[in-house]
Design a protein around this ligand. Structure first.
Ligand code: SF4
Ligand code: SF4
Length: 208
């Protein structure tokens, strides 16, 4: 079986015991993540939630947060704490960053794939999303800032679906929406379950 097919479906839960048995180390994950950092660049998330108890500490490090609920704040993505592929506030990073492991990292952690294989997938995915990275230059500006790739992807698919309902989807937008949907599929397959595939699958089926 091609190992990549294993990414389809629900990601496995990682039990400490299992991780120890499989022999994956924190070093492996650090090695993988420091070559990647895609999850800090706004490709898969709008923002990162920051607990209000950690807010002051993070702001003291020069990273502004904004309020999202009465108790929580968030760091915008791409994250201002990222330098190259490294987190400059690693020891003080929000809990959500500590907890998050993408589906590839989880597969390495439980030993379904080894580090080398994980690195190869990240390198392939980076090539695949190159097209989407270029789109960030063309993205509309909201409140003085460009939308990050994840927000753009969501906003664009929503708009295209609505245009299609009204029979106003241009040929250009038709092709573009299919490509954007392919990007969403990459996120869901390798990085996180967004819950958006079902939302747009029927629309994409209609325009293919
Ligand atoms: S996307 Fe995955 S491999 Fe890349 S930095 Fe984030 S957790 Fe690590
Ligand atoms: S705080 Fe660090 S780990 Fe969290 S999103 Fe920013 S750069 Fe990434």
């Amino acid at each position: 079986m091609n190992n990549r097919n294993r990414f389809v479906g629900k990601a496995p839960k990682i039990k400490k015991k299992q991780r120890a048995v499989e022999g994956a180390t924190d070093k492996d994950i650090i090695t993988l993540c420091t070559q990647c950092a895609l999850c800090c660049k706004g490709f898969f998330f709008s923002c990162v939630r920051v607990d209000r108890r950690k807010k002051k500490k993070i702001e003291k490090l020069g990273m502004p947060t904004h309020k999202i609920t009465h108790a929580d704040y968030a760091l915008n993505q791409p994250c201002s704490g990222l330098s190259g592929e490294a987190c400059t506030i690693y020891a003080a990073r929000p809990e959500k960053c500590v907890e998050y492991h993408c589906l590839i990292a989880m597969q390495v952690m439980v030993g379904i794939i080894n580090l080398k294989h994980g690195e190869k997938i990240i390198s392939d995915v980076k090539k695949q999303i190159q097209w989407f990275s270029k789109q960030t230059q063309l993205m509309p500006i909201k409140n003085g800032e460009r939308l990050n790739p994840y927000d753009f992807m969501h906003a664009y698919l929503k708009k295209a679906r609505s245009l299609n309902k009204k029979g106003k989807l241009s040929k250009y937008d038709n092709t573009y929406a299919i490509r954007v949907f392919e990007y969403l599929k990459i996120i869901d397959r390798y990085f996180r379950k967004t819950g958006l595939i079902g939302k747009y699958a029927t629309f994409i089926k209609q325009i293919r």
